[in-house]
Structures are given as C-alpha cells and as structure tokens.
Design a protein around this ligand. Structure first.
Ligand code: CU
Length: 271
C-alpha cells in the first residue's frame, strides 16, 4: 500500500506542472504509524518554501509529576493497570534537550498574501483518559473533531482565551463532536470535569502556517510564498519563554529556512 504521505504534488511538481497546486493538510499529514504528523504544518504548494526548526531548552528540566488519581474511574484505572504510570502533560520534554507541544507560527509577513484554507478535519481524541494530542492547533473555520476512544464518559468543557464560543458537552464512547473556531486565539482550554487531570490546549490561527513540536522538538511549516517572515512560539507554561519574542526568516522559492528556537527554563528556587 502506498503511504498517504506520498502526496501527488511532488510528482506533479517534478513533472513540471506550471499551475500552482494547493493541497492543504494542516496537522493531518500521516506518519508511517498512521498518526497525524503535527510538527509538520502549512500547505503543500509548488514553488513555495518552508521553515524548519527545533525548539531547544536550556536550564534545569523539572521532573514531570505522575498522574495518581486515575482510580476515580474504573475504566481509566484498568487502562493504565499494566502500563507505565502516565505523567502530567503540562510540559513534556522532547529528545535531546528539546520541548514538545510548543506552538510555532508565522506571526508576521503574510500581509497581502493569499491565505489558503485548511478543510481537512483536525482531530483531538481521548485515549486512556488523556487528551491526544495535548495541544491542538487549527485554522479558523477548519473542521475540528473531538473523539472519545474510551469506554467511559468524558465531558469536554471548552473555555476560550478569546472570543470563541465556550461549550460543555458530555460524550460516551464513539461520540464525535464537530466544531469550528472562528476567531484566532492562543491558549483555549479543554477540560474534563469527570477526570480533573484531563486538559488540552487550543491554538487557532487565521492562516495555515503553524505546527506543534513533537517527540524530537522539531517543526516544519510548508508552502510559504517567498518573502520575509517572522515566527513566534507559544507554550502553555507561561514561565517557559523563548530567548526572542520572534525570529526573522527569509524564505525563497523551493528553499528551506532553518531556525533554532531556544527556551530558557526558569532557574530553580534557592534550596
Ligand atoms: Cu474525562
């Protein structure tokens, strides 16, 4: 079977297709294990460039706290019984001194440019009483599906950090909530009132040029027209800050601009 990530634009581009072709995938390009490749965002469009980078951390990496109260729900407890104890997902270190779940986005340079619309659904699931992914980034008006793979009831209590409408809906296994977000925002909150450790964060952009760092701390934003841009980053722990508010990059046609983002971790308190 041909992996779905072998997208046709590459072949078309190689065949010398003169027409710019846009195939938005925003956050749903599939890796070989069939999971969404969230650290790759943007669109696939011939004749455009991309930004690739990594979010590194400098400083002492605090241990993540174990989630201890899974036993308030028999299903959640059973799910984790023979597995490694899950850890709080408020911050998740990546491989080799990197940071996961950092939202990276183009913050300047898109003015006057054509903005593609992502139309493929972004999915957030509840698996083992934990939101997966922990940070969801979407474009305004992009379809969003909230799934429940667990054989227990969750409720999704969404509160906006901006102007998106809040909602609070219970969902049993197999239910899919379909939503769209109309306003750009950074830091919307999903909570579950049944399982107090369950939380996820939402970022909404009025363009498709964003990505969320994963296991190796990397990100890639594709399909940018040539130009000068700035990228910015966001992490839900407000004391985790990058050493610059934004990073300037120059993107050329078919080129790859590279950037290293450094997060300085807060110093531990005096002991
Ligand atoms: Cu729940």
């Amino acid at each position: 079977m041909i992996a779905r990530r072998n997208v046709p634009w590459v072949r078309l581009a190689l065949a010398g297709a003169a027409v710019a072709l846009t195939l938005p995938f925003g956050g749903t390009i599939l890796a070989q294990d069939n999971k969404p490749k969230l650290n790759v965002g943007g669109v696939e469009k011939a004749g455009t460039g991309s930004i690739k980078g990594i979010v590194k951390v400098v400083g002492e990496k605090r241990n993540r706290a174990p989630i201890r109260n899974m036993n308030v729900d028999a299903f959640c407890a059973q799910y984790w019984r023979d597995k490694e104890q899950p850890l709080s997902d408020t911050y998740v270190w990546g491989d080799n001194d990197t940071l996961q779940n950092v939202v990276v986005y183009v913050s300047k340079g898109l003015e006057g440019k054509e903005i593609p619309q992502l139309d493929k659904a972004a999915i957030i699931d509840q698996v083992g009483c934990i939101y997966t992914p922990h940070v969801l980034a979407v474009q305004t008006k992009q379809p969003v599906e909230i799934h429940n793979s667990d054989n227990t009831m969750h409720n999704v209590n969404f509160s906006s950090s901006g102007k998106n409408n809040p909602f609070n809906e219970a969902m049993v296994k197999g239910v899919v909530l379909k939503k769209t977000f109309t306003e750009a925002e950074l830091g919307g909150n999903f909570k579950c009132n049944v399982h107090p450790w369950m939380g996820a964060r939402l970022a909404v952009f009025d363009h498709p040029y964003f990505a969320v760092t994963q296991q190796d701390g990397t990100f890639e934003i594709r399909g940018l027209p040539p130009g000068e841009y700035e990228i910015s980053t966001w992490h839900e722990v407000s004391v985790f800050k990058s050493d610059q508010p934004s990073y300037k990059v120059t993107v050329s046609a078919d080129g790859v601009a590279e950037v290293t983002v450094t997060y300085n971790l807060p110093q531990p308190r005096n002991r």
